[in-house]
Design a protein around this ligand. Structure first.
Ligand code: FES
Length: 156
């Protein structure tokens, strides 16, 4: 779970505001009520490293619309990515880390990727948000399909 702390300036402002209003509440209670911190999840940094996936070894990816979750070592912070076949020669690779609070999103079902934690929905063809509370798209990793070798190259 992400830690969410207001800046010292904001804490001081909230404390002053609470004092001026005579709320008589302790600082943590005021902060809990008023902090309204961003709920966006920090994403792992890019490494620029490329991995190859032999598509012939992944039964789920033999048909258009097929999808699978795969983990590639510590890439994507050690969390799985979602690999979806969009057409005969197109794939998309998305992080499974929900941009709301970091839960692992589900495989696409009925044309939508859902987060089980708070119900955010994402477009499997782009990772775009379809329904909140998430406001940012799923992170997309660049990928290139080599049809001659039936290999997908994913850059992290
Ligand atoms: S973690 Fe809240 S909707 Fe995904």
């Amino acid at each position: 779970m992400k830690e969410c702390r207001p800046s010292p300036e904001r804490r001081e402002f909230l404390w002053t505001a609470a004092s001026l209003l005579g709320l008589g509440l302790c600082l943590p209670a005021v902060l809990n009520i008023l902090q309204g911190c961003s709920s966006e999840t920090k994403q792992p940094s890019e490494t620029g490293e490329t991995v190859e996936l032999d598509i012939s070894t992944v039964p789920e990816l033999q048909r258009v619309g097929g999808a699978v979750k795969r983990t590639f070592g510590n890439h994507n912070g050690g969390r799985p990515v979602l690999i979806i076949r969009l057409s005969g020669t197109e794939f998309i690779v998305l992080s499974t880390v929900c941009t709301h609070q970091g839960a692992e999103v589900n495989l696409p079902r009925d044309g939508v990727i859902t987060c089980p934690q708070h119900g955010a929905e994402f477009d499997p063809a782009s990772g775009a948000v379809r329904k909140g509370p998430a406001t940012q798209p799923l992170r997309r990793f660049p990928s290139q399909y080599d049809s001659a070798r039936n290999v997908l190259r994913i850059t992290f």
